[in-house]
Design a binder for this molecule. Sequence first.
Ligand code: ZN
Ligand code: ZN
Ligand code: FE
Length: 763
Amino acid sequence: MICRRRILVRGIVQGVGFRPFVWRLAARHALGGWVLNDSLGVTIEAEGEESALEAFAGALSSQAPPLALVTEVLVEERPAEGAGAFEIRPSDKCAPTATLISPDIAVCDDCLAEMRDVGDRRHGYPFINCTNCGPRYTIIEDIPYDRPRTSMKHFRMCADCRAEYDDPSSRRFHAQPNACPVCGPRLSLLEEDGRPADARLDPLAETVGRLGRGLIAAVKGLGGFHLAADALSDAAVARLRQRKNREEKPLAVMVPDLAAAELLAFVAPGEAAELESPRRPIVLLRRRPDAPLSPAVAPGNDSVGLMLPYTPLHHLLFAAGGLTALVMTSANISEEPICIDNREAVRRLAGIADGFLVHDRLIHLRADDSVVRHFRGRAYPLRRSRGWAPAPVVLDRRLRPVMALGGELKNAVCLARGNMAFLSQHVGDMANEETFDFFRLTINHLERILECRGEILAHDLHPDYMSTRYALGQGERPAVGVQHHHAHAVSCMAENRLAGPVLAVTFDGTGYGTDGHVWGGEILVAEYGGFRRAAHLLEVSMPGGDAAVREPWRMAVSYLHRLWGPAFIDRVPGLAGRLPAEGLRIVTAMLEQNINLVPTSSAGRLFDAAASLVGLRDRVTYEGQAAMELEAAAGRDPAAGTYDFGVDKDGDRHIINTLPVVASMVEDMARGAAPGVVSARFHRTLATAVAEVLERIRQAEGLNDIVLSGGVFQNMSLLSLTADLLERKDFAVHWHRAVPANDGGLALGQAVVADEVSRVRRG
Ligand code: ZN
Ligand code: ZN
Ligand code: FE
C-alpha cells in the first residue's frame, strides 16, 4: 500500500550531513518526496510502500551520521500525492527554532587522506573539511546554519566546490565551510610586529623551521590562537613561560598521533579513545618518568596534558617533519580570553610571539580546548569547551527557559530550554573587562542560536561576583540566587538524573555561604529546591583573606596556631627557618589579636595547609597548585594508613575536626616520614572521615545516594579513595561525567535550582 508521511527529526541534525543521508536512505527504500532543514530540525515528507516507510523511519536514528544526535522522531500521516524523485529542498527560515548546532569537530580521516594525496586538488590544503568534520559553533553567526550566516560568507565558492556543495552524493553536499586552495581561506605569516613576512617564504614551512629553532609562534586555530613552542626544548619552553608570565601552570602538549602520545605518557584504552575522538580534548595522563619532554612543561606534576592534532593545519605542522611535540597553550595574557582576531592577536601578543601563522577565515566565537581526565574508564571533564559546546546535557525533566550565569572563576554559562541544558564553552576568570565582554557575548550568542531568551536569571549568592552584579543589573528579568555548593550538588544530581534528596559532598576552594562565611568543605542533604548543611569541615581562620589563597603557608600557620597557640613555632621544627620572618610575625599577630581573619570550612584551604606542612608548597602561582602537587606527591601504597580525626556535633550538624589530622602530620614529619607518605595518609584520612560522617547521616536520614562535586574532586586520588570507601559501605555513589566538578559545571546546577525554586514560588 502506498502511504505518505511527514517526519520531523530533532536534535543535532543540521551541518552534520543529515540531509544527504536522508536522500540516500530514501533512494535505497525507493521513496519519493523531499527533505529540508527548518527551524525545528529536519522535516521530511516521504511517499512509498508502507513497509519501506517503516524501515526508513527506523533507520533515521539507528543509522544516523556520526556527528548527528537524534533526540526525537515524530511521524504523522499525510494524503498521498504521487511523489516523483526524492529531492533536497532549500532551508526554511522561521521561528521558533529547536535546532541544535553541532560543536566544532576534528578533521575526518577521509579529508586527511585527500589532503595527503598529491593528486587531489586539496593536497596540502590547511582548510579542507566536509559534512563530517570541521568548524561549526565557532563560525556560526545565526541560525539556520547556512553559509551566508557563517564567517565563510566572505568566500565565494569556485565552480568545483559549488558542484560538490550541490551534489547530494558528495561528502561535501551542503558542507557550509567547503573550500579549496582556489576559492577558500589562505594562510599567511606575520612577523612579530604584525608586518607581513617576506612573500617568498612559505608560511607553513617557515613557521615549522622557526619552531625548530626554539622560537615561539602564534598559530590561529579553530576556536582561537595557540602559542606554540617546541615541547622538547627547555630553552623554548622557558622563553614561552617567561614571556607569558606563567611561572609554573602546566602547559598542554600536542603530539602527531597516539604512538607519539604513548612515548610521553601511560595511555589506557579509554584514554586513547578520548584522545582520538572527534572532540579531541586535552587528556590529562600520567607522564612517563623517562618522557623526553622539557621538565618545564609541567613542573611539580606527575601528569601531562596531551592532545592530538584536530585541524588540517595542525597535521601539516607535524607532517613537515622535525617537530614531535609542541606546547600548544591558549594565546592570552594571564587570565584574559583567548585571542581570535589577527590584528587583536598581534596587538595583545606583542613581545610574546616571534611570528603569527594566521589565515583569513574569521573566528566568530572563541572556544578554548577542552580538558578531561579518565576515571574508571570514563571521561571525567575538567573543562568542557571546544568539541562539546554547544551540545546539550539532556535532562529527565523539562525546565522553563533559564539563563544561569555561573561563578567567578572558570566561568561558563548555561541556557536551559525544555529537557536540554546548553552549557557554554569555557568563558574564564571574570577578573578583567575582556572576560566580562566575552561573558555577555556568549550569553547573547546562546540566546540567539537557540532562539530562546532566559525568562529567569540564575546567579551565585556572592554579592561581588561579576555574574551576580550582571544578573541583578538586568532589571526586568527575575533573578534567583543559588548557594554555591547547592549548585555544585545539583549539577552532579541533574546529570545523573537524581532529583534527591541525596547526600552531596561538595568540596572546593571557595563559595559564599548562607551565613556569609566562606564555605568549601560541605556535606549537604540536597534536592533541587533546597538543601540543608548536614556536615562540614571545622572552620578555621584565613589570615588576611585572599592572601591566604596565594600563600598556603598562612593556612598551615592558622591550623597550627589553633592547635597550640603561639607556641606552635617550637612544636614544628624547621618552620621558622623556612617562612619569611616578618610575614610569620604579622600572621601570628593577626591570629593572636583576631584581626583580618576570615572563617572558612574550605577543603581547598585544608589541602593548602597540608601542602605547606609537608614542605611542598608555601606559595602558589596558579589556582589549585598546592593541592595538585600534594596529589602528585602522594604515594600509591594502600597500606599507608590513616590519621585520627574527630567528629563533633553543632546542633544537628556534624563537624569534621581536622585538628588531630594536622597534629599527626606534624608528628609524622618530625619522625622523618617522607612527604609522599604523609600526603597519602592525609588523602586517605579525609576520605575516611567523609565516609564515616556519611554513615552517621545515613542512619539519621535514611538516604543512600551520594554525589561528589566541587573542584577538590578534580583530585583523582581523593575521588577514587572516597568512591571506593563509600561503595564498600554499600552507598550508591555518583560523580560527574558530563560537566566539570569545578566551577565550570556550576551553571547547570544553578539552572535546575532556579527552575525548581521559581516553580514553587509561582505555586
Ligand atoms: Zn571531513
Ligand atoms: Zn573551491
Ligand atoms: Fe566551587
